[in-house]
Design a protein around this ligand. Sequence first.
Ligand SMILES: Cc1ncc(COP(=O)(O)O)c(C=O)c1O
Length: 446
Amino acid sequence: MNERARSEAVAHSIENSAFFMPFSTNRQFKKAPRMFARAEGIHYYTPEGRQVIDGTSGLWCVNAGHCRPKIVAAVQKQVATMDFSPPFQMGHPAAFEFADRIAKLAPKGISRVFFTNSGSESVDTALKFALAYHRMRGEGHRMRLIGRERGYHGVNFGGTAVGGIVGNRKIFGALVTGVDHMRHTHDLAKNAFSRGQPKHGAELADDLERLCQLHDPSTIAAVIVEPVACSTGVLVPPVGYLERLREICDKHGILLIFDEVITAWGRLGKPFGSQFFGVTPDLITTAKGITNATVPMGAVLMKEEIYQAFMGGPEGAIEMPHGYTYSAHPLACAAGLATLDVYQEEGLLTRAGELAGYWEEQAHALKDLPNVIDIRNIGLVAAVELAPRLGAPGTRGFDAHLKAFEQGAYIRYTGDIIALAPPLIIQKAEIDQLFAIVREVLGSLA
Ligand SMILES: Cc1ncc(COP(=O)(O)O)c(C=O)c1O
């Protein structure tokens, strides 16, 4: 078969493929697929061999860059040694070692680790832990969960319910009941073009106090927020906002959960975003960069007192009737341990802090481009918000994504917001390349 016939056959098979793609415009995509076939370092390669800079670390997850030899070798070795080990009432050494190494990196006081397989599972697990924790302490009346508008906490029932992205919720019925939401913190009128944390908006945390008064605080089990709400378009918390949430939770005995599926693993220049902001939650959910995305894995980290609350019953009783067939999967633990080695050997958990100033300058240099109504940044994350086209919101963001792919950069978009978060190994010259492509793309958009 010649090259042309082969590519026509591939196109035909994609257009008619059984694959129902997640979070995708299936029909549109299958008519004009954008495919990756290989990845290395900060680059993807298309099936035709075209190099594409990975401007969003895959899906905010390949923090150490792609196909790192040490991680690949660890997974290869593990799969040939022990492919699977049952996690209920049995163990394997890497699970214990990995949990201990994560706990050592966690904020002070957070000392225990429960493994899951994704961010969504971590969120639903953390919500269940919160409800069960209160019940263990005789406060089973705390049944309400509070999220925030525009929050993204994955796609399982609990996470969809506490999440605040309308399009992700509206077709799924009542979801989990007993959930309420605070307002989001995005305020372009006051905070446009902020560098780092915006100045205005700490008082929005008082929404939590208002919800406490509305529902009675003794009915609220937990509040969950992303320290930086990345998936919705990089909403950076205003100065003092997270501190205020912490104070209100403490005042009313409510657990504070930080969803650090993206903000952990060096994205902000510290192992966890909580450490960057200096605010310690009671539970942390994470995933993605925990294994550099090589093997799916997630985790819920918790304070010692939460763990201890589960340890009061008879020793022969299962303390937490929750877990997954693949919790602490041997391949994930092998990938995770090797990932931590790479992060630590190469200083990647703090590298975003070193690059942040340069990154900020390059991002904000796009301000002169047409249709740019905001630029925001923190750590090695940035967003460019574009004015929506009249009557066609979201199309400008999508066009930017398409054009960038054609020009050699993979970038995420949410509506008309472009998000950038490259692997933490990126060099300054490569940051320049990425922003040069973004500049060209945004400059050429109608
Ligand atoms: C903050 C946050 N929570 C949860 C999730 C869901 O993670 P997953 O897609 O691994 O289920 C994401 C994914 O982007 C996320 O950003």
